[in-house]
Design a protein around this ligand. Structure first.
Ligand code: ZN
Ligand code: ZN
Ligand code: ZN
Length: 156
């Protein structure tokens, strides 16, 4: 059994839950996917691979994977929650394009330090944070500009 399966199994055991074949399939698929995905994409992918699993099981398994610390919610946009696996990945934050759904990852030491500093000032001990910036990527800005024939900002 690989490390992620061992972690998930242990987590489930602690909650009196079983490491069922469905949960195993979701876990395997999550770790074989690219970084960001939502529940529906994951379900479609499993369906395409002819893994017998209900949509409900997929939707119910993801929050368990989040609680186990193997995956995290990245962003919520237009009623869709996207996830990524964080096990073995370094911390980073996200920009999400509301035009095309593209996700850009970034990490800024300045922001990380500043956040810790603000927490310290409030006597707050940070455990986890998620910074998400929603907006329009370069391509979408161009498209919008072309459609409206109005400059988005004066810089261009
Ligand atoms: Zn961060
Ligand atoms: Zn875009
Ligand atoms: Zn990410």
């Amino acid at each position: 059994m690989d490390k992620t399966a061992a972690i998930f199994k242990e987590f489930l055991k602690g909650r009196g839950l079983k490491f069922t074949p469905e949960r195993k399939a979701v876990l395997r698929e999550v770790f074989s996917l690219h970084r960001h995905f939502d529940a529906e994409t994951l379900y479609q992918e499993l369906y395409r691979k002819k893994v017998r699993i209900s949509r409900a099981s997929v939707y119910r398994t993801l929050p368990l994977l989040v609680k186990s610390g193997l995956i995290a919610e990245t962003l919520r946009c237009q009623g869709k929650t996207s996830y990524e696996h964080i096990y073995g990945h370094g911390h980073h934050d996200h920009m999400l394009c509301i035009g095309c759904g593209k996700v850009i990852e970034f990490r800024s030491e300045k922001i990380e330090k500043l956040q810790n500093e603000i927490c310290r000032r409030h006597g707050f001990k940070p455990v986890e944070h998620r910074l998400g910036i929603k907006g329009y990527c370069r391509e979408c800005q161009r498209k919008i500009k072309m459609k409206k024939k109005l400059p988005l900002d004066s810089a261009e």
